[in-house]
Ligand binder design. Structure first.
Ligand code: NAG
Length: 144
């Protein structure tokens, strides 16, 4: 039984990886036509993300003009708009189209670190899923 479960687990990983590499992956333009900038209100980007399912292999596209950047930060930094241990993607001052692929499942937090843009709502979080969510390991029960 144990050996079989190990084999099945390995197969699942292989299937997931081949799925992620397939053409099923989607491109999401962050903020839609508005792009990446100081939003009209605080909930703009969370509203944008809320009706989407992000899966390993999907791509995020950031379009912006002017002085913007993208940082992936920890949850605390996301909540407080602080930026230690951050990965920052910057672009040309004029027009930037920056695309990257989601490769790590789980929660991800993105902010702009310039001025008070983050406080003004230029941030969002997503929860990246494995391609077949039913194969994701379920959380260990905390009660006996
Ligand atoms: C925020 O702005 C967007 C775009 O203008 C709008 O669709 C949305 O209703 C606004 N949300 C709030 C809470 O005002």
């Amino acid at each position: 039984m144990g050996k079989h479960m190990g084999l099945i687990g390995l197969l699942m990983v292989v299937v997931c990886l081949s799925f992620a590499a397939s053409s099923e992956a989607r491109r999401y333009i962050v903020g839609g036509d508005f792009g990446w900038g100081i939003p009209p209100n605080q909930t703009f980007y969370s509203d944008w993300a809320s009706d989407k399912t992000f899966i390993v292999g999907d791509k995020l596209v950031f379009n912006w003009t002017g002085n913007q950047n993208v940082a992936e930060v920890r949850k605390e930094d996301y909540n407080n708009c602080t930026t230690p241990n951050t990965i920052i993607f910057t672009g040309s001052p004029n027009m930037t189209v920056f695309t990257f692929t989601l490769v790590i499942p789980g929660p991800h937090y993105y902010i702009c670190t310039i001025d008070d843009n983050c406080e003004r709502g230029q941030k969002f979080s997503i929860d990246v899923k494995w391609p077949f969510s039913t194969y994701a390991p379920s959380p260990t029960p905390t009660t006996p």
